[in-house]
Design a protein around this ligand. Structure first.
Ligand SMILES: [Fe+2]
Length: 129
């Protein structure tokens, strides 16, 4: 997902992390089009498993700080994503990565992040600055 300026919520640290996440999705999609999805998908899952823990924690801390009313629901979405990543990582380790797996992982990550950053995190704009 190509990063766009209008994805910004106005909190520099969080915006930087969202850009990094978008760049990872781009990298994964590029690898898929070059037929290198299987190699890249494992790296991206590893990356997401650690990076999103840190990113979600930052974002949730911001939500608490500004008394964002949707905090609990938003946190539940983050937890759900982390669980999905953990599950996919386990599946990839145990069964290896075939084309179907690459497509499934690519779709889950892209769809979730695109939707989340654009539709859910954008609500935080009103609380920034
Ligand atoms: Fe979020």
């Amino acid at each position: 997902m190509t990063w766009r300026e209008n994805f910004k919520i106005g909190v520099p640290e969080i915006d930087k992390q969202h850009k990094e996440l978008c760049d990872q999705v781009d990298k994964l999609q590029e690898a898929c089009t070059q037929g290198k999805g299987a190699e890249e998908v494992k790296k991206v899952l590893e990356f997401l498993a650690s990076y999103t823990v840190k990113h979600f924690a930052n974002e949730e801390a911001f939500q608490l700080k500004v008394k964002y009313p949707g905090y609990a629901q938003h946190k539940a979405l983050h937890t759900d994503f982390l669980n999905q990543v953990t599950k996919l990582k386990k599946e990839a380790t145990e069964n290896g990565v075939n084309v179907a797996m690459v497509i499934k992982i690519n779709r889950m990550i892209s769809d979730w992040l695109v939707n989340h950053i654009r539709a859910v995190d954008s609500e935080l704009k009103a609380y920034a600055g």
